[in-house]
Design a protein around this ligand. Sequence first.
Ligand code: FEO
Length: 392
Amino acid sequence: MKARQIKPNVYWVGAIDWDRRLFDALVPLPDGTSYNAYLVQGSQKVALIDTVDPSMTDVLMAYLEDVPTVDYVIANHAEQDHSGSIPRVLERYPNAKVVTTPRCKGMLIDLLMIPEEKFVTVDDKETISLGNKTLEFIHAPWVHWPETMLIYLREDKMLFPCDLFGSHLATTDLYVTDKGQVYEAAKRYYAEIMMPFHTNIEKHLEKLKGYQIEIIAPSHGPMYDKPSFILEAYRSWVFDPLKNIVVLPYISMHGSTERMVEYLVGALVERGVTVKQFNLVAADVGKLAIALVDAATMVIGAPTVLVGPHPNVAYAAFLANALRPRLQFISIIGSYGWGSKAVEQLKGMIPNLKVEVLDPVISKGFPKEADFKALDNLAETIAQKHKEHGFA
Ligand code: FEO
């Protein structure tokens, strides 16, 4: 593929990874991904904004074959899917400087062994002139890692935010064409990568209000030529009130917990509460993460295995704790045969979640009359709490 022009002398030089199915050996990628790099040719200097995953360095190097000079290789983020090809680019352009934040410099030395003398560090709001194009660096820590920054290309009103606003989506479309598809992929990306840092994201969204942006060019997925689409989506995920939704990840070994889940779902629906149910035997944890963006409540369904919660449920609790959704309420339902510490153990796994824990319902063996009554009470409590908080 040839470099693809976005604006005069601004090119997409990325790599599309159609086949990748797992990121960070953790995050499912049902639709592949892309690693977007951008070449900005000013009248005096040339900058490469980010690189590509090391597995696809050859793709980037092919674009650069006809580019005689690169003066600046800019690293918005040290993670290897963007920085991993910097050493090869520096081999091709030995006089190029790596431009990044002071913190990212240290991380790139640690991760990629780039020699210290190759770096130029930039402060927040500092600019570099390429002649007729000006790059402004906006420090934006925790758009995934602590060292991250964004770039604003003033003359073309383009924002290069690296991971922020990205979507794991392999597509040959330069810009968003299927809004529904990109919305889901971007929400999945937000849930998995950005949600743990949503208080930082709030500040970055406020900061970006001061910039006139015509194109957002993220490091994964298609670009946004109508930036309001993704800016409004992010604002809704970060600022909008939570919804009248219960997320219910569960597993069942012999049917007891499953019967409780079925009963509770019915009781919640009767009371006007939406439920998103995930059987963890085969659930896509990315979909679970998406559901956690807006939900007011999570109910965990856990049978007891060797005194504690089933390991798949423990994994879901651990994941929810790490993703730090804005949940307000949590409860636990489940069953045991002869003894259980599942509730205590699960409660201990979610210290990051600032939630009210509603009375758990745990059944000895198959659920009986008293258990169903307790599930009705739980459903009623959840519906009432949602109403009181105005979650609609
Ligand atoms: Fe796309 Fe945090 O790297």
